[in-house]
Design a protein around this ligand. Structure first.
Ligand SMILES: [Zn+2]
Length: 570
């Protein structure tokens, strides 16, 4: 790229709603351009970056998993989600379009269905298995709230892979290979991802793991045990069930009239928090300890549906209670309590009448509980379910997720093969996804300083920048241009900064866009030296003109990952 003539924009100001370091730096450095909320353009440098990320993914998919690449359409007939029964799960997030043929179409947010239908044409006998396919394509999601730059986009890039095996053992091998490939991919990109367990049900799977990059604005919460390897998405986190009723003297319940619960001057943990939910149009009551919150994902699992609503004030009044004073006594609803409620005695709860509470309420004596279950959201008081230690709650950005789908999709799409004894069997599937935009976000978030981005060599859009301080110096200019052409001919993406700008502007721009190696042709050029500087280091060094090419090549060769990719295949 020649800075004097090529498309290059840096910006001092970025839109006000861009509030993460990574999105600010990506916009300022001219990697991306914001078209609309959740919609971005990859500019020339950003596109090179995206291509470098794709290259690493392709290389690992082929090398570690022997996967073959295809490209699926993003525009599909809307009815493809009906057979997998995922239309209800995803409906609100799927972009729908009506064609001129009056047919409904969807912009795909995920491709499990299409891959399953595709391979039906290929799989007949056990001899046709195993294989893995992958694609790198754009997907669409009608996000309720787009945020954090590239993290929550409406149109985003994903690498998704699917494995097809004859049995569970085969799926285990495919899954393990993909796990390794994902680790290699993130390492090669310079991403430090932690692996945590997650709920496989979002993809109708049987087990799943997420690759998360810890950062403050991450929209996932992760429970990580301080002592053992337990690491789980909070939606999926259980806790050690330490709750047994203490041998307290039980008092008889009575009703009190108060202006607000504060008047009772009690600890939150003594309150029996009562929440009414509507499950498939049936009202049910959930009880928790007053200092706990509901984990709605646990309710989805408990009731085997996502059709769970919280009634508004008007509805609550209609069913004979009011917000802030809900309670289980005399209620005709089915009551399900969190396991923690087992430990509660002489508790306080609403009396279903404004201004009234019951005190000294004892579950099981004053009202009946239909079922105890793990309902609460893991919090700082919860203990690790494996080793009973305390755990940290971290925020993370999910960059990848892997699923064992087992035979769930093949059963829905009748994807079968005949085994060696001529019996029909269902195919075992795995599904694996990496969010490319999210990877870019994670790299910038963890590789930057106050001056700008510091790209790892493996993904850097340009590896070398050559800065000519005095463009009017014919000799210096000629030398810089020759070195630039030489490096590009060796497939080393290089920038030639031949602009008539001050040295300060040039240095600042190169620091902002994060080029790993900077060569400056300045005052010492006449004495036979140029300046060599790495973006990761503060100091520069003078290198003789006839040694600079080798110095650059050695530096790049030292970066094993890049060497492996670019030179290894020649
Ligand atoms: Zn533990």
């Amino acid at each position: 790229m020649r800075m004097s003539s090529d498309f290059f924009i840096t910006r001092k100001e970025v839109p006000k709603d861009e509030n993460t370091i990574s999105s600010k730096l990506l916009l300022k450095s001219g990697m991306i351009f914001k078209n609309d909320n959740g919609i971005y353009t990859y500019l020339p440098m950003g596109l090179k970056l995206l291509e470098n990320i794709k290259r690493i993914i392709r290389n690992e998919m082929i090398k570690s998993c022997s996967a073959e690449e295809i490209l699926m359409p993003s525009l599909v007939s809307a009815n493809i989600f009906e057979d997998s029964e995922r239309d209800s799960t995803f409906n609100s997030e799927i972009f729908s379009i009506k064609g001129r043929d009056n047919k409904e179409y969807s912009l795909c947010a995920t491709h499990e269905e299409l891959f399953t239908m595709l391979v039906k044409n290929k799989i007949d006998s056990y001899k046709d298995l195993h294989f893995t396919l992958f694609q790198i394509s754009n997907k669409f999601r009608d996000e309720v709230k787009t945020k954090y730059g590239l993290v929550r986009k409406k149109e985003f890039y994903m690498a998704d892979a699917y494995s097809f095996d004859a049995d569970e053992g085969g799926l285990d091998i495919s899954y393990d290979k993909m796990y390794l490939a994902f680790n290699n991919i993130f390492n090669r990109m310079g991403i430090n991802a932690i692996v945590c367990n997650s709920d496989p049900m979002s993809m109708n799977g049987t087990s799943s793991e997420e690759f998360q990059v810890v950062c403050d604005y991450g929209d996932n919460e992760i429970v990580k045990c301080n002592s053992c390897s337990y690491c789980t998405n909070i939606e999926y986190a259980t806790s050690y069930d330490k709750y047994k009723r203490e041998e307290n003297k039980l008092f008889e319940k009575s009703i009190v009239k108060v202006k607000s619960i504060d008047e009772l001057n009690i600890d939150k943990s003594s309150i029996l928090k009562s929440v009414i939910i509507k499950v498939n149009d049936n009202y049910k009551m959930i009880l928790l300890k007053g200092d706990s919150e509901i984990n709605v994902y646990k309710l989805y699992k408990l009731f085997k549906t996502t059709n769970i609503e919280f009634p508004n004030d008007y509805e609550l009044e209609k069913i004979g209670t009011c917000l802030g004073f809900i309670g289980p006594i005399s209620s005709t609803m089915e009551i399900i309590a969190d396991n923690e409620v087992k430990s509660m005695s002489n508790a306080v709860c609403g009396a279903n009448k404004k201004g009234f509470y019951y005190i000294n309420v004892n579950p099981g004596i004053d009202f009946k509980i239909s079922k105890y279950s793990d309902i609460k959201l893991f919090d700082e008081n919860s203990l690790c379910p494996r080793c009973k230690s305390k755990a940290k709650i971290l925020h993370g950005v999910e960059v990848g997720q892997i699923f064992k789908l087992d035979t769930n999709y093949s059963k829905k799409y009748d994807l079968k093969y005949t085994d060696e004894t001529n019996e029909e069997q269902y195919v075992y599937m795995g599904s694996y996804g990496i969010g490319l935009d999210r990877c870019i976000d994670a790299i910038v978030e963890t590789h930057h300083d106050e001056k700008g981005i510091i790209w790892p060599m493996s993904v850097a859009p340009y590896k070398v920048a050559i800065i000519i301080i005095n463009v009017n110096d014919r000799e210096a200019y000629k030398y810089g241009k020759k070195l630039y052409e030489k490096l590009n001919s060796l497939n080393i993406d290089t920038i030639l900064d031949d602009r008539h700008d001050t040295v300060g502007v040039k240095f600042n721009d190169m620091d902002l866009i994060g080029v790993p190696i900077r060569i400056t042709i300045g005052q010492k050029f006449q004495s036979g030296f140029v300046e060599f500087k790495l973006r990761t280091e503060d100091n520069s060094m003078d290198v003789e003109l006839n040694s600079i090419l080798n110095k650059i090549l050695n530096e790049i060769e030292n970066y094993v990952v890049w060497k492996e990719e670019s030179y290894g295949r020649k």
